[in-house]
Design a protein around this ligand. Structure first.
Ligand SMILES: [Zn+2]
Length: 260
């Protein structure tokens, strides 16, 4: 039961596939063979069946190749079926990518968590609002410290979350305010981050600010969530760029966008 719940919460369809495979358990010669069968069926469903069925539920997959102009930070996002959006959001993101590419060539847009492929109202933990295909998280643009060398694979953590651009002494420290108000969950992504690179990778504030400008210029985009100190630092505060509130997680490690 715990395996079913975990797979469902993490991948949406994994628990269902697990239950189907359990019915074959007694026919398999060993536990290893059964696990192999589960993995084969899970991969076939994830990369063939689910992308074919998702449009029936008003969702399409984002590109899964790590070499494209719009690419996942990690294949794990796609392996867990967390890269689905509505066709309208996919079109908007394509337009944002083209506008960004026109101004700043050769810098890919790296996406993090999007939504699950089926059913509105099924949250993609830990993002409670990513439950209708209309939400998407993008990575900041990163570069090698002291240079102009872009790091195309995104944030310096395994998940893409938690590599926070912290407030300076003169800036608003929203995290301290939320933690002070008892919202311990606000800081969870930074606490759980596993850094995959050293301190030599830093946020490229100018290019990330330009990316936010192109996101807000897209007419179908309704809101963008970004931590106040970064919105002010990068000159993008106001309009569609909002503070998400202390009930969510901190947004100084990624950009959250959603269509109207
Ligand atoms: Zn988000």
């Amino acid at each position: 039961m715990i395996v079913f719940l975990l797979l469902t919460l993490l991948t949406q369809v994994g628990g269902f596939i697990y239950l189907i495979c359990l019915s074959f358990y007694n026919h398999m010669s060993s536990r290893g063979n059964w696990i192999g069968l589960f993995l084969v069926i899970y991969l076939a469903c994830t990369f063939i069946v689910v992308p074919m069925l998702a449009p029936l539920f008003g969702r399409v997959a984002l590109p899964i190749q790590k070499s494209g102009d719009l690419r996942p930070h990690t294949w794990i996002t796609c392996l867990l079926n967390r890269h689905y959006v509505t066709p309208a959001l996919r079109t908007s993101v394509n337009r944002i990518q083209e506008a960004f590419e026109n101004e700043i060539p050769d810098v890919p847009i790296v996406y993090l968590d999007a939504n699950f492929p089926f059913w509105d109202g099924f949250p993609l933990l830990p993002h409670l609002s990513h439950d209708d295909g209309r939400k998407l998280d993008l990575a900041f643009v990163y570069k090698k410290k002291g240079t102009d060398l872009i790091i195309p694979s995104g944030a310096a953590t395994l998940t893409g979350y938690g590599d926070c651009a912290l407030p300076r002494a003169s800036e608003v420290d929203q995290t301290a305010k939320c933690l002070g108000a008892g919202r311990w969950f606000y800081d969870i992504t930074r606490r759980l981050a596993f850094r995959s690179r050293g301190e030599s990778v830093v946020v490229d504030g100018w290019r990330t600010g330009r990316l936010v400008k192109h996101i807000t210029a897209e007419t179908k985009i309704g809101k963008v969530f970004l931590e106040p100190h970064l919105a002010n630092r990068w000159g993008v505060a106001g309009g569609k760029v909002r503070f998400q509130g202390c009930h969510a997680v901190r947004h100084d490690d990624h950009i959250h966008l959603q269509i109207k």
